[in-house]
Design a protein around this ligand. Structure first.
Ligand code: NIG
Ligand code: FE
Length: 418
């Protein structure tokens, strides 16, 4: 049990459900001279002004550890709901080629891209993959992310996909980061296999093994031009749903295939990327009470593509989340503070909307909105202390981290011990 006090300002979205549209996403509670009391299960026992929390404290039969937060500012930990952060082999060479004008698709066709990561992952054990990826997970934690989704998709055989998922689970046990796993066997078709045979393998070989080992909570498909068709996506996701997995989708990134509408129809938890989403797709997302529109602005930046239409989505009434898409090809970052910067500068989101997108709506994309994503009574005590004078300073301070300490389940797990 811990009593965090002397928090100059606390900012948090509010609610135990997704925030849809501009009004809900823009609502941020601001508490001056705040305190947080956490219980032994790592949940928030009380949160409010110092005076409010002190009343709770006086009534308690125990005296908790008091932690002086030195006037720092508290925000909920980021929930990064879309990453491929467990992999082998960086791809800075491709970054150089893109700088010379080659496109992501051209590089993929020449043997780079996802398939080149696959070559590095195959033959590696789960242990080796975890060893390689640990530093990125710890770096994300240091930058204020307390819950992270990780996808497979660089193995493309049952054995290697499982190794990636096992590595992610291992890192979830070994580090303070809370990790949720997604099976993305349908990320690309590996060399030497036909498209139809590969879809068959995903459904009849990989998926049953992933389910049997309980290795993933979600199934995702890279539904896009040159990757998997809407029909293939539907088949794979329906099979996954029948096996008890929850669904998500890479949709309308490289081309508008109607992916967003398909995600809504299949009741996927999220439709991700959406750089090319159509008006019909925007309307479908706005009408959904399930599917979060997850936008990944560092990917657009990295691919030199126009940003997703965040404003149209939010104004139409969709629930928007933002995430890093951390991966060695199209988005080499684990910095959610910088993703907020791009959401504001590049996608015209308000500072308040960007915070909601990076916390509460990220948690909803993982089905965790009742327990994560805001600083409210009964939720997980996952918060970050920053050396900033205001909420807007966070995205305003470009590409620099202002994190001082990261608290997961009520404990300081990264940064300064106060
Ligand atoms: O989300 N869009 C598909 N997959 C990744 C890229 C993976 C890679 O290039 O390694 C993405 O951007
Ligand atoms: Fe992705």
């Amino acid at each position: 049990m811990k009593f965090y006090h002397n928090i100059s300002k606390l900012y948090t979205p509010i609610g135990f459900t997704r925030a849809k549209g501009a009004l809900a996403m823009g609502q941020i509670r601001e508490i001056t001279n705040a305190a947080i009391l956490t219980d032994d299960d790592g949940l928030i026992e009380a949160v409010g002004t110092y005076a409010e929390v002190a009343v709770k404290l006086a009534a308690a039969p125990w005296s908790p550890d008091a932690i002086n937060c030195r006037g720092l500012v508290a925000l909920p930990g980021f929930v990064d709901s879309h990453t491929h952060a467990v992999f082998m082999g960086e791809r800075s060479m491709e970054f150089g080629l893109r700088a010379e004008g080659r496109s992501y698709q051209e590089i993929a066709q020449a043997g780079g891209g996802i398939r080149s990561s696959v070559e590095q992952v195959r033959g590696a054990t789960a242990e080796q993959i975890a060893d390689y990826s640990r530093k990125y997970i710890l770096s994300a934690l240091k930058l204020g992310t307390t819950t992270l989704e990780v996808k497979s998709g660089y193995g493309l055989t049952a054995e290697s996909e499982l190794a990636l998922l096992q590595a992610a689970a291992q890192l979830g046990r070994e580090t303070p980061m809370e990790i949720h796993t997604t099976f993305l066997g349908a990320h690309a078709v590996p060399k030497g296999v036909t498209q139809a045979d590969y879809v068959h393998q995903v459904i009849h070989d990989q998926l049953p093994k992933v389910v049997k080992q309980n290795a993933a909570a979600f199934c995702d498909v890279f539904c896009d031009e040159g990757y998997f068709t809407n029909q293939e996506t539907r088949e794979i996701l329906l099979a996954a749903e029948n096996s008890g997995l929850k669904l998500r989708m890479h949709a309308d990134e490289l081309a508008d295939t109607g992916g967003a509408s398909l995600a809504v129809e299949l009741r996927a938890y999220s439709a991700d990327h959406l750089l090319k989403v159509s008006d019909a797709g925007i309307q479908a997302l706005a009408a959904s009470d399930r599917t979060i529109a997850t936008l990944l602005p560092t990917t657009a930046l990295s691919l030199r593509a126009p940003y997703a239409p965040a404003r149209s989505l939010i104004d139409a009434g969709a629930a928007v989340a933002i995430a890093t898409d951390c991966n060695p090809g199209s988005s080499m970052t684990e910095n959610m503070q910088f993703v907020m910067t791009l959401a504001v500068i590049g996608m015209q989101m308000s500072v308040q909307e960007a915070l909601t997108a990076a916390t509460l709506n990220g948690s909803a994309a993982l089905g965790l909105e009742r327990t994560h994503g805001t600083l409210e009574l009964g939720k997980r005590a996952d918060f970050v202390l920053y050396d900033i004078p205001s909420l807007a300073y966070l995205p305003y301070h470009i590409a620099v981290s202002d994190v001082i300490s990261v608290i997961k389940n009520g404990m300081i797990v990264s940064g300064e011990q106060l």
